[in-house]
Design a protein around this ligand. Structure first.
Ligand code: NAD
Length: 482
């Protein structure tokens, strides 16, 4: 019998009032390893109450002391890196090198948030008029809701809550119901690091908990990451009740390869972009475009590389690609492949029948490659979020940029070339927020803003970096005459 995951409210591990739960599975084996309670509005209200009660004291705690708690947490996370990575592989499925990288990226956000005494500094100007001075200060706002997806269960919550608490706010976190176990351990470590009760609260669940956070009058803002459909709903619902919102959504990323690109490094980067994390990344390449003469060798090398990938349990050393997160998601990815075939795209490599010996109950989809994907069919326009590549040929860079821009999404894109002029043209015209030049996964580090544009992002200020500090504080100005 698996244990029901506990909520964390006012420093206490507590049972949700709900009797409903959904299973957390190990995607490589199909085994149930936990149960996520579908917490109620009352559970959320309790956590918001705890966060609100903790706010005045935490806000008055000097920024250097708040940062010291995060320093201790960073040290503890470093010590527990391997344990956390293995835990993510167990509940998410991606391979250990990927989960180690995820934990490291999460830690880097804590390191950046430790700079809060500097990041929060204000400005002063004497004599804006004779004898009158003006200063600006950044002040925290209160209780923030943080709602996160399944694909980076360690890193994405750490894009948000460390900055929110570093700047003096308190938080209610609603992790993904599909893989909430590892972050429980991080909360235990945060407690060990000295984070006071009520500063970080966790409520597990799904839609009801999210809606309760969006509606609660004592929640001043919401940070959300997930699919665009839900991002838009959360953005509209939470802004309608007067909150500030940053809502990061889905993606359909194009990788454009010019004939002058270095083929070895390009193929390696494209392979890891498309098939890394079994395609379950918002920065994953989805459509790979070979321009002119680049197409033929790119096609051959991508097909060879994809056919050679070893599918298996992410905890086993020689596995190249793990399962997808759930049976439902596997079926969704397979449906996309069915549709692509039905809609006339040429299926050059079919991962639908893939399985792994001894792990037949796992949620497997093998590497899949389509060729000549039209941009008016579902696999050309929708986010598949699985190991499925569309391999297209363009006659020139203009055509490739035009295809990319026709997408409703605007998360990431990449160009592969040795021409500085072409790269400049690409980045200048892309109109997309995260741009790679000879990089397959254009992931900004913690000190830079992370987030897309168009249908990939709803809001103004993005995750990480200085944007995070601006999102979680209000710039207040004092004008004085004595
Ligand atoms: P999801 O939208 O299903 O869920 C995200 C969160 O919203 C979860 O906490 C979930 O419980 C909640 N939720 C789900 N349905 C809801 C509803 N109807 N009403 C209210 N809340 C709801 O996303 P997912 O499947 O967990 O994650 C994958 C998605 O996240 C992909 O679309 C991916 O591109 C996106 N993503 C984007 C970024 C980015 O930086 N833009 C990063 C990671 C993931």
């Amino acid at each position: 019998m698996s244990d029901t995951v506990l909520n964390y409210v006012a420093g206490q591990w507590t049972r949700s009032r709900s009797t409903e739960s959904i299973p957390v599975t190990n995607p490589a084996t199909g085994a149930v390893i936990g149960l996520t309670p579908l917490s109620t509005g009352e559970d959320v209200a309790g956590a918001v109450g705890a966060a609100r009660a903790a706010f005045p004291t935490w806000r008055a705690t000097p920024a250097v002391d708040r940062a010291r708690v995060l320093f201790r947490l960073k040290m503890l996370l470093d010590e527990h890196k391997e344990e956390l990575a293995r835990s993510v592989t167990r509940e998410h499925g991606k391979i250990l090198t990927e989960t180690r990288g995820e934990v490291q990226r999460g830690i880097e956000n804590i390191e950046h948030a430790c700079g809060v005494p500097t990041l929060m500094l204000g400005d002063t100007l004497e004599d804006i008029a004779p004898g009158i001075d003006c200063e600006s200060v950044r002040q925290p706002l209160g209780v923030f809701g943080v709602i996160t997806p399944y694909n980076f269960p360690v890193m994405i919550p750490l894009w948000f809550w460390p900055y929110a608490v570093a700047t003096g706010n308190t938080v209610v976190l609603k992790p993904s119901e599909q893989d909430p176990l590892t972050h429980q351990r991080i909360v235990e470590l945060a407690e060990e690091a000295g984070l006071p009760p009520g500063v970080l609260n966790v409520v597990h669940g799904g839609q009801d908990a999210v809606e309760a956070l969006c509606d609660h009058p004592d929640v001043v803002g919401v940070s959300f990451v997930g699919s665009s459909e839900v991002a838009e709903v959360v953005y509209r619902r939470a802004t309608a009740s007067g909150k500030r919102v940053q809502a990061l959504g889905g993606a359909k990323n194009h990788l454009v390869v010019l004939p002058d690109a270095d083929l070895d490094t390009t193929v390696e980067a494209c392979m890891s972009s498309v098939f890394g994390s079994t395609g379950q990344r918002c920065l994953a390449g989805s459509i790979v475009v070979g321009v002119g003469e680049a197409w033929k060798p790119l096609r051959e090398r991508m097909l060879d590389g994809a056919s050679a990938l070893r599918l298996g349990d992410g905890l086993v050393d020689d596995t190249d690609m793990g399962p997808v997160v759930s049976a439902a998601h596997r079926d969704r990815v397979r449906r996309f492949i069915d549709e692509g075939e039905g809609d006339g795209a040429r299926l050059a490599l079919d991962g639908r029948g893939a399985t792994v010996k001894g792990l037949e109950a796992g949620f497997w989809v093998g590497p899949t490659v389509f060729e000549d994907v039209p941009f008016d069919i579902s696999i050309g326009t929708e986010e598949i979020f699985g190991p499925v590549a569309g391999l297209n040929r363009a006659t020139n860079l203009d055509e490739a940029i035009g295809w990319m821009q026709s997408s409703r999404y605007g998360n990431a894109c990449s160009i592969f070339t040795t021409s500085g002029k072409a790269a400049r043209e690409f980045r200048y015209r892309a109109g997309i927020s995260m741009i790679g030049v000879n990089i397959g996964v254009a992931a900004p580090m913690a000190m830079f803003p992370f987030g897309g544009s168009k249908g990939s992002f709803y809001g103004d200020l993005k995750a990480q970096g200085r944007d995070a500090v601006s999102f979680y504080t209000d710039a207040r100005v004092v004008i004085s005459r004595w």
